[in-house]
Design a binder for this molecule. Structure first.
Ligand SMILES: C[S@@+](CC[C@H](N)C(=O)[O-])C[C@H]1O[C@@H](n2cnc3c(N)ncnc32)[C@H](O)[C@@H]1O
Length: 209
């Protein structure tokens, strides 16, 4: 893929476009939200429907999962469309530079594969790449399945805290179907803290919009 381009999922198609188009939308938006490891992209789709003045960006390595949500978003607004929702095929390990410095909020919900391990152990290079998605003062919210605690190193980090003194909270009160661990903000590898991060519930969204 050419430098400065992004792979945009539109139903069954993947369209390679220049990243400046996305950046122009971000500049015009009241708020920009990125969901990394977005899965089926429905969370971003719903968020975009509820907040048409926001830019809502789903990013996932698997384009096929986002087909349906991107197809719906491409319809007229009166028929469920959301022109402010973008669906981008990209992996956390190779995020397109065009996404850099774009987000007011970065969400990672229930990641799997290498992602939770990289986030929680943590792997500074991965965190640095993710942190680069944010504008100064961006919020990073990570929610992981409690099964990640099976990794002894992650368990140790969560229970003992990290070298920078940040700690994590294991939430046993979460709905049983979605147990999660909510993290305090990780440090950036350059030693700076990501400020202004709040612990918040995933915004309640209507099931059908
Ligand atoms: C369990 S699903 C969670 C989906 C969604 N966030 C949710 O809460 O329903 C995990 C998603 O992370 C994506 N994923 C895993 N590793 C990834 C990576 N390194 N970069 C981007 N996406 C990744 C997978 O393709 C999958 O869609």
């Amino acid at each position: 893929m050419e430098e400065g381009t992004i792979a945009v999922v539109r139903g069954k198609q993947i369209v390679i476009i220049k990243g400046v188009a996305l950046r122009a939308c971000a500049a015009a938006a009241l708020r920009a939200v990125v969901d990394l490891g977005a899965g089926d992209g429905k969370w971003i789709y719903r968020l975009a429907r509820v907040h048409p003045e926001w830019l809502c960006v789903a990013v996932d390595a698997n384009a096929a999962g986002m087909r349906e949500a991107s197809r719906r978003a491409g319809r007229k607004p009166s028929r469920g469309g959301a022109a402010n929702a973008w669906f981008i095929r990209a992996s956390a390990e190779a995020l397109p530079p065009a996404l850099g410095g774009l987000a007011d909020e970065i969400h990672i919900h229930l990641p799997w594969g290498s992602l939770p391990r990289g986030l929680l152990r943590p792997e500074p290079a991965l965190l640095a790449r993710i942190a680069r998605l944010g504008r100064p003062g961006a919020v990073l919210s990570i929610r992981v399945n409690r099964s990640v605690l099976d990794d002894p190193l992650i368990q140790w980090r969560l229970l003992r805290g990290r070298p920078d003194g940040t700690r994590s909270t294991v939430s046993r009160g979460a709905p049983p179907s979605r147990p999660c661990v909510t993290l305090n903000p990780p440090s950036r590898p350059d030693g700076t803290r990501i400020d202004g991060t709040r612990r918040e519930a995933i915004p309640p969204l209507p099931r059908r919009v």
